[in-house]
Design a protein around this ligand. Structure first.
Ligand code: NAP
Length: 290
C-alpha cells in the first residue's frame, strides 16, 4: 500500500488513475483545481468506499501546492508516490498563438511538474524512498506542426525527468515518465475551442488527425494501468509509451530522417489522407476548412 498524490484529478487520466490506484489498496490524495465544481470522484469514493482524499491544488500556484502538501502530511507521515498529471493542450500556429498561450502551457505542463516535484523532494530524500511519475506524451518525443507549445512543454518534462532521475537515484527515489498516445479524454475538446480563424490551412490536418485518432476511443484506464504497474514495480522502465498507437507513432517517426519528417508537412492533401488511412485514421470527414 502506497500513499499517492495525483494532480489534475477532475477528469480524464487523473480521474481514472485515482480510482484504479485506490481500488488496488493505495491511499490516493486526488488533487484538482476546483473540487467543489467536480464532485464525481468524491461520489465514487463514497459509494465504493475507496480511500480517496480530495484536496484543492493548482499546479501554477505555489501557495496552493504548499497548502495541499501540508494537509497531506497532516494525514500521513509518508508520501510514497507523486503523479504529475495535470495538463492542458494548445493547438495552433506559432504565429497566431499568443505569448500568453505559450506561457500558460509551459507554466501548467512543465513548471507545474517542477513545482510539485520540488514540494515533495525534501520529504522523499529524508525518507530515502519515493517515486515520481511524470505524465509526458508521445508529443514529448514526436514533434508535429501546430503543436509547438504542447510538444515543447512535454519535451521539457522529458528532459527534466531524465536529469532528475539521475540526481535522486542515490537517495532511493525513482522517476518514470508515461508517454500516452491519443487517449479519449476531454483534453481535445478544451484545445479545439481555441481555434477560430487561421492563415495556416494545414491546421485542419492537425485537428483532423487528433479527431480521427480519438475515434479509436482509447480509455484513460489504459494509462491508469501503466501507472499502476509502475507503482507496483511491475514496470521498472524509465520511459513508458502507453496506448496502442504510442509505439507505432514513435516507430513511424524513428523510421525517417528529420528532413523527410519535416517535408511531410507539405505533401498534397490526397497523399496525406492516404498516409493517415494507412495508420487506420479516417481523417477525411474531419477536414473542415477554417
Ligand atoms: P483532461 O481530462 O483535460 O485532464 C487534465 C487535468 O488537468 C484536469 O483535471 C484539469 O483540471 C487539470 N489541470 C489543468 N490545469 C491545471 C492546473 N493549473 N492545476 C491543476 N490541475 C490542472 O485531460 P487528460 O487527457 O486526462 O490529461 C492528463 C494528462 O495527460 C495531461 O498532462 C496531458 O498532457 C496528458 N496526455 C493526454 C493525452 C490525451 O490524448 N488525452 C495524450 C498524452 C498525454 P480542470 O478541470 O480544472 O481544468
Amino acid at each position: 500500500m502506497s500513499n499517492i498524490i495525483i494532480t489534475g484529478c477532475s477528469s480524464g487520466i487523473g480521474f481514472a488513475t485515482a480510482v484504479m490506484l485506490a481500488k488496488n489498496k493505495n491511499v490516493v490524495f486526488a488533487t484538482m483545481r476546483h473540487p467543489l465544481q467536480h464532485t464525481e470522484l468524491q461520489d465514487i469514493a463514497d459509494n465504493k468506499n475507496l480511500p480517496i482524499i480530495i484536496l484543492p491544488l493548482d499546479v501554477t500556484d505555489d501557495n496552493s501546492i504548499k497548502n495541499a502538501i501540508s494537509q497531506i502530511l497532516f494525514y500521513t507521515d509518508k508520501i510514497d508516490v507523486l503523479v504529475n498529471n495535470a495538463g492542458i493542450g494548445t493547438l495552433g500556429s506559432v504565429e497566431e498563438l499568443s505569448i500568453e498561450d505559450f506561457i500558460e502551457q509551459m507554466d501548467t505542463n512543465f513548471i507545474g511538474t517542477v513545482r510539485c516535484t520540488k514540494a515533495v523532494l525534501p520529504h522523499m530524500r529524508h525518507k530515502k524512498s519515493g517515486c515520481i511519475i511524470n505524465i509526458s506524451s508521445v508529443g514529448g518525443r514526436l514533434f508535429n506542426y501546430f503543436n509547438a507549445p504542447y510538444s515543447a512543454s512535454k519535451a521539457a518534462v522529458e528532459a527534466f525527468s531524465e536529469c532528475l532521475a539521475m540526481e535522486v537515484l542515490p537517495f532511493g527515489i525513482r522517476v518514470a515518465v508515461v508517454e500516452p498516445g491519443v487517449i479519449d479524454t476531454p483534453l481535445q475538446d478544451k484545445c479545439k475551442s481555441q481555434i477560430k480563424e487561421t492563415g495556416y490551412p494545414n491546421l485542419q490536418r492537425c485537428v483532423a488527425f487528433f479527431s480521427a485518432a480519438r475515434d479509436h476511443h482509447i480509455p484513460p484506464d489504459v494509462v491508469a494501468e501503466t501507472i499502476l504497474k509502475i507503482v507496483n514495480g511491475e514496470s521498472t522502465r524509465f520511459r513508458n509509451p502507453t496506448g496502442p498507437d504510442s509505439l507505432p507513432f514513435l516507430s513511424f517517426r524513428a523510421s525517417m530522417s528529420d528532413e523527410d519528417w519535416i517535408a511531410g508537412a507539405d505533401i498534397d492533401e490526397e497523399t496525406w489522407i492516404a498516409m493517415m488511412e494507412g495508420m487506420h485514421l479516417d481523417v477525411r470527414k474531419y477536414l473542415t476548412r477554417f
